[in-house]
Design a protein around this ligand. Sequence first.
Ligand code: PFF
Ligand code: NA
Length: 458
Amino acid sequence: SFDAKVGRAGTEQWSSRMVYVLAMTGSAVGLGNIWRFPYIMGEHGGGAFVLVYLLCIGLIGLPVLMSEALVGKFGRRSPAKSVAAIAQASGSNRGWSVVGTTGSIAGFLILSFYVVIAGWAVAYTWFGFSGQFTGKDAEQIGELFGGLLASPSSLMVVSLVMIAGITFVVSRGIRAGLEAAVSKMMPLLFVLLSVLVVYAAVTGEFGQAVQFMFAPDFSKLTWTSVLVALGHSFFTLSLASGIVIMYGAYLPEGTSIARTSVQIALLDTVVALLAGLAIFPIVFANGLEPGAGPGLLFHSLPIAFGSMPMGQIVGGLFFLMVVVAAFTSGISLIESTVVRFCEITGLSRINSAMIVATTLGLMSLLTVYSFAGADWASPEWLGMSYFDAIDQLTEKVMLPLGGLAIAVFTGWFVSREISLKLLNGNALIHALWLFCVQFLAPAAIVVVFLQSVGVLRF
Ligand code: PFF
Ligand code: NA
């Protein structure tokens, strides 16, 4: 049934393939699609970045997604233990399980800023429903955002609401009802995004936005942009953080890993592109800066809500859906950390959840104060804010290297008989997947990584 206690060896399975796809989509689709993708695309010049991103998703993210699902399906236990189990069965070193631990740490670091941005969306849900966007121009909307960031105490409250919510769900294991609710809200998010795209197309600079997103200008592309696109392809598919291994552990026997992985990657990509198509026409129509950074979503869409018919309801609902999408991703993130923490310390699930949540609450203050512009949150020795540091460490270092480790591990250290069997014996799919994880993904990740950290120059 669905109430499987993730983290324990057992025979529980998702009740159907659909439920797995739903849970994985819940984890994948989140702030990464709606908040992060548009703003990093804006910062890295649009089209060429999008193209590289799509290549990263298809040629690196998708194969690694399959790798992780396959490890989980074989191991049927926690990420670290599943890795150890499939390594052992393949005659390889069990020490590979360290990718499970580093993944959980990356997940925790991501979560420390994720809850704060989700908190912004909580505040904006309120702003929307209470009519605070109505009639405001770009400048006034900008002031609304600035006012929110300048109030650490309100941000602490909304972040705490998110932390309490995900901790409650994860410590009690009450996901059945939740996923049922999400299965209705995800389509609503999709519908709302589509409505916004249409509205943006009619009222905004749609042509300019399409041009920006899909006409590649390679002169704007740097190796750093490529690394950002690569890191984001892992981030957006919830890779290299133990999550897919964890959810894959409950895959029903006959499920096709290839097919479900393609579905998840496609859904995730569509939502990200729709978010871009909703946001950029408004950005261009209002003279906003595409490279404005993490505030882009919150600066742009509210302008549309403020002037469209029924904008109060549409705006409130939209940000509510963003909160829901962030919530289901947050659950998967904290679960990965809590499960690993339980295993290492031997504490109960509830106690582990409490300790993780408390630490998380403290860690999230780094992000809150980074955006509030507090001096202490941008220390001189770091040369950037704590938020930037956590963001860069996870997306530019931990996720790419974690993805590399998983590709190399499943490509070279897992027995081919085992991986072929887990891919339902489909030789063609196995060969394509193997080529990607043995050669393509590792080579691409190593080159991009070394190029952008400046070790290699050619
Ligand atoms: N995939 C989520 C998103 O796009 O918002 C975020 C995320 C979830 C990142 C889980 C990493 C992760 F392990
Ligand atoms: Na995503």
